[in-house]
Design a protein around this ligand. Sequence first.
Ligand SMILES: [Zn+2]
Length: 58
Amino acid sequence: MNLKKCGICDEEKDNGIFIYHMYICEACEKKIVTTDVDNKEYQLFVEKLKGINQTYTI
Ligand SMILES: [Zn+2]
């Protein structure tokens, strides 16, 4: 098990994915893919991603 800190919920989880160099736990990933674009949580995610999106383009 290798705990990593999720960039969205700031919790340490052992299963998740990397989007560029930000780790996103499984729960947050599911939340993101099922969340409507107009949803505030989605906007929050986009804001977080912007922070790591200075050298990459989605
Ligand atoms: Zn998370």
